[in-house]
Design a protein around this ligand. Structure first.
Ligand code: NAP
Length: 530
């Protein structure tokens, strides 16, 4: 090894919430840390996902890091901030915490190879950069690996094609004829913005999104988010709630209530808006088909009255639940359903009218060709595992993570480590509660446990740690069991990995809630020091 290769105690890949939090704390612990990101600045998901209407569905003050000096001078303008405001928040984090002095941008990690003898990771980047580190922290986010399905003759389409995850700056789509494929959170948010301005908007839907109402509020200087009133409590308590927010969970089960009580209860949680109708619903919502069907029926009754055309209503909110309610991520909307009352917005169900091919200037189904200027792919991501498996991460015995997770599915110990890859720790990845809980709440719980582990390693002069295979198998089995023992396995989508051809169908997030996860992490992470 030549002396020119920079060596760090810890290298962070990613400049989203996880990267910022790790950088701030590891530096304070006295480690020599460096961060790397493929983008041009901090923001992670909010740096890349700049599509029209991009907005977080987690509310302030929960959607920020618990670093007091970064909170002092920061003001939010809305409870659910948009992408630009979030990007500015990250700029503020950078400025107040002086993060970028230890970050390189526009660098994409291609290979991470563990040198067993030296007990160091060698990291190689696309631009030729090579660094070494003892602790390798890939914090890649859920959605760094976009998915573009194959469509016949898409390459012959001469119009513009954009994936929501890599949106150009300053794109004006006013008066354009647009087709959008996909109605996940990204699709729904785009549709709300484009319906009012497009000449024609064709929405190609495969599965309806069972959206929930967003309780958006404008904030002013006196709002608690800006006076910071109650912040100490919010932050002390958020890791003790299932979802990392302030939404109470219910012990009450739907099976215990009759139809009238159920209706009353559903109305109560519905009126709270936001995710209450999801994570604050009956305790057996994800487990009992009857309770779940009743919740869907209630949801449909609220939505259907907003859609004037019965044909469109039958596609957006069919009589029979398309999948168990809440077993795919519900997204929040403000006027999504009203968009379909516009004469220029149409919806096509690709289950009955599949996309046959593209032409130079159109999209063809069995009912003919629709002429379009622009195609938007809101077709999602190889979520959670994809950001890791597209990098050549090679651990002990030349085993790659791509092969390991490709063959056996996501396999981790406590969602922060994986056997055979010493000193590799990740945040917000597979088998963590991240899909069901607020991002900053979750990654802080994970990072804080990792800080303790690193301190313990340093105190005991332990160079490297590797979780035991049998512990990993127990943990991974528990995560998967939540999927098979609940209604989740009945819903296709990224929660079960079934949106990616060839990916193992399994629940890849911990459904047991943030508090139970926190407890296990704090109790058990030290076991890996042997
Ligand atoms: P997504 O939820 O995976 O949605 C992808 C959409 O594309 C689905 O409707 C999918 O249909 C459709 N699709 C994929 N391939 C298709 C094909 N060949 N033909 C027709 N339709 C196809 O992806 P996303 O909307 O980008 O959201 C991903 C996650 O990111 C969200 O669940 C959320 O966690 C996060 N996110 C959050 C926010 C926010 O905070 N507000 C915003 C955006 C994203 P199927 O459903 O049938 O598979």
């Amino acid at each position: 090894m030549t002396s020119e290769v920079p060596e760090y105690d810890a290298a962070i890949i990613g400049a989203g919430f996880s990267g910022c939090y790790l950088m701030y704390h590891l530096r304070k612990m006295g480690l020599k840390v460096h961060g790397f990101d493929a983008g041009t600045e901090f923001g992670g998901t909010w740096h890349w996902n700049r599509y029209p209407g991009a907005r977080v569905d987690s509310h302030t003050p929960f959607y920020e890091l618990a670093i007091p000096e970064s909170q002092k001078d920061w003001k939010w303008t809305q409870t659910y901030p948009g992408q630009e405001e979030l990007q500015n928040y990250f700029r503020h984090l950078d400025k107040t915490l002086n993060l970028s002095k230890d970050y390189d941008f526009k660098v994409f990690l291609t290979d991470a190879i563990y040198d067993e003898k030296a007990r160091r990771w060698d990291l190689y980047f696309k631009d030729g950069k090579h660094v070494r580190c003892r602790i390798f922290l890939p914090c890649l986010g859920l959605s760094a690996a976009p998915l573009t399905p194959e469509f016949k003759n898409l390459d012959q389409f001469k119009g513009d094609v954009y994936h929501t995850s890599n949106w150009p700056e300053h794109l004006d789509l006013k008066d354009k004829s647009i087709a959008i494929i996909g109605t996940g959170a990204s699709g729904v948010q785009c549709i709300q913005e484009l319906g009012p301005i497009a000449k024609q908007l064709y929405v190609f839907q495969r599965s309806p999104n069972l959206c929930l109402p967003m309780p958006q509020e404008e904030l002013n200087d006196d709002s608690p988010q800006n006076t910071k009133e109650g912040y100490a409590d919010y932050y002390a308590n958020r890791a003790f709630s299932f979802s990392g927010f302030d939404i109470p969970t219910q012990e009450r089960k739907g099976t215990e209530d009759g139809p009238e009580e159920k209706q009353k209860f559903f109305q109560e949680v519905w009126d709270k808006k936001g995710f209450s109708f999801w994570v604050g619903n009956y305790a057996d919502l994800f487990f009992d088909k009857e309770t779940n069907d009743a919740a869907y029926k209630f949801w449909r009754s609220q939505v259907i009255k907003r859609i004037k055309d019965p044909k469109k209503a039958a596609i957006l909110a069919p009589e029979k639940a398309p999948y168990p309610f809440g077993c795919r991520r519900p997204c929040m909307e403000t006027d999504y359903y009203e968009q379909f009352n516009r004469p220029n917005v149409d919806i096509i169900d690709v289950n009955t009218e599949p996309i046959l091919e593209f032409t130079e200037d159109g999209i063809v189904t069995k009912t003919g060709e629709r002429k379009i200027d622009t195609l938007i792919l809101a077709t999602g991501f190889d979520t959670l595992t994809g950001p890791f498996t597209r990098i050549n991460i090679k651990g002990l015995n030349n085993q790659t993570l791509t092969k390991k997770w490709g063959e056996e599915g996501a396999s981790t110990f406590l969602a922060v480590t994986t056997n055979g890859f010493p000193n590799l720790f990740f945040l917000g990845g597979p088998q963590s509660p991240i899909a069901f809980s607020n991002n900053p709440s979750t990654i802080e719980v994970q990072a804080n446990a990792i800080f303790k582990l690193i301190k313990n390693m340093n105190d005991q002069h332990i160079e490297a740690v590797n979780p035991k295979r049998e512990d990993e198998q127990v943990w991974s089995g528990q995560v998967r069991d939540w999927g098979t023992n609940s209604l989740f396995h009945l819903a296709k989508g990224w929660y079960m990995g079934t949106n990616v051809p060839g990916k193992k169908p399994e629940l890849i997030s911990w459904l047991g809630g943030l508090p139970s996860y926190k407890q296990m992490l704090e109790r058990s992470l030290f076991w890996i020091i042997v």
